[in-house]
Structures are given as C-alpha cells and as structure tokens.
Design a protein around this ligand. Sequence first.
Ligand code: NAD
Length: 263
Amino acid sequence: MDLGLKSKVAMVAGASMGIGYAIAEALAAEGARVVLASRNEERIQGAARRIRETTGGEAWGLVLDVRDPDAGTRFVQAARDAFGPPLILVTNAGGPPPGSFARFDIQDFEEAVRLNFLSAVRLTKAALPDMQAARWGRIVHITSSTVPEPAVGLFLSSAVRPAVAGFSKALATEVARDGITVNMVCPGLIATDRLQELAKHRAQESGLTAEEEFETLGRAVPLGRIGAPKELAAVVAFLCSEPAAYVTGTALRVDGGKVASLL
Ligand code: NAD
C-alpha cells in the first residue's frame, strides 16, 4: 500500500528514543521529511543521524522541551526552515513518574499536566495554521492504555492523560472540514527505556528482579509478550497516511489485547 507520505513534512516530539524515535523512523522510511525533537542535543542529533542512515531519508534534529511556552512555535518554525510547512504532527513526551496518589503533591500534578497535556495542546495550536492553509493535515497524540483503563501505580498518568482524549476528540470534530484528522494512540506495554524504568520500580516493591518483572508483564498480555516500538510506529504511520483519510476522532490501542474494556 502506498501511504502517500513522500515529501510530506512531519514533526515528531519526544523522538530521541523509544516510541517517538520509532515513529520518526517509520515516517522517514515512507519518504516523509521528518523533524524530530527532544531535550538533549547529542541524543536528538544522534537519533536524526541514525534515521538518515537506516532509511536513506530526510531527518532533522531539534533541541526542544515540550513544556516550554514557545515549544510549538519553535518546532513549527524549525520544520518550515528545514523542509517547508509541516502537515503531520505526532505529540509525545516522557511519561509522568509512577506511584500512587499519596506520593504526589499538587506540583506533581501541575508538572504532569504541563508534560503530558499542555504540550499536546501547545504543539497542536502552533501546527494547525499550516495544515488549515493546505486543507490537509494529520495529528496523532501518543498517550497510554491508562486512558481506557486507569492503572494501579500509575496515578498521574491515569489522572492526567484522559484530558488528551477529550482534547483530541473535540478537536477532531472542529477541524474535520479542513481535511485534518486527529487521532490518539494508546500504547500498552512497549519495549522501551520507559518500560525498563517501570519494571525497575515494580521490582523494588515485589522483590523480583527487573528482568523477572519484565517477563511477568509480558506474560499477562493476551498476545503473551511485550510489543516492539516498530509495531506501534507502523500504526501511527498509517494514521498519518493518505489512505487513513476517513479515520478521525479515534482512540486506537496498540496493546496486544491488554486493556480489558470494550470501549
Ligand atoms: P521514553 O522515556 O523511552 O522516551 C521518551 C522520549 O521523550 C525521549 O526521547 C525523551 O528524551 C523525550 N522527552 C521526555 N521529556 C521531554 C520533554 N519535556 N520535551 C521533549 N522531549 C521529551 O518513553 P516511551 O516508552 O517511548 O514512551 C513514550 C510515551 O508513551 C510516554 O509518554 C510514555 O509514558 C507513553 N507510554 C509508554 C508505554 C510503554 O510501554 N513504553 C506504555 C504506555 C504509555
């Protein structure tokens, strides 16, 4: 299938590693011109270089903290300068720290809102005008399986990420007539550094090793294993594609069947 992504300019946030990196790589492999962003200069330039090498495509690294008030405008300007008006946006960042309600104070909630909700709003606000001018756009928000199913031990994620679901769905309705689709992808257990960290956290409480926790987590998934970043990235690349034009306002789980609810 031709995804129609050749030469489209894409912005992927939180992309020096993990899920964001895999998405940037998948888009570049389909011929998109990708600007990828994260906070550390060396890591993001290394990631952009690796993507150029593995895909033979175009990738540009930008140092950006998605919590900064000017993150959206800087990201869009960098994409315009590097490749032209961006028509694809993938919002993503690190997750909030794990723990239960008692562990967190109000500042922790504010920080989680900044990192995992306002960042998505900020980047979207800056990216929309170019998409509206082109009457074509694709926005994908990366959230978590804590949106359909709040998770024990991931209190901040469970409390804050559903705001992205409301934002994503409401926006999808508003911009549909502009030819812009807005969707959300909810990862289950995907093998990244973030998951290693969560396994370590669980290991401290259970007395098992982090490796044992990792295996136990995988066994609890209906498909019997933890997912690969590439498996999630392929779904996002499709949502960003031309053939996905009639898919908007959805929340798509990529979780090996882990979330038990119907909706
Ligand atoms: P990760 O920690 O491996 O990678 C996060 C990326 O975001 C890195 O490139 C990091 O540098 C960047 N980043 C972090 N804070 C940033 C900031 N303030 N500004 C810009 N960039 C920033 O995480 P991951 O496993 O790839 O997960 C990506 C998202 O998906 C996270 O929000 C995570 O909570 C969520 N998620 C992951 C899983 C999983 O199993 N991996 C499951 C559910 C949800």
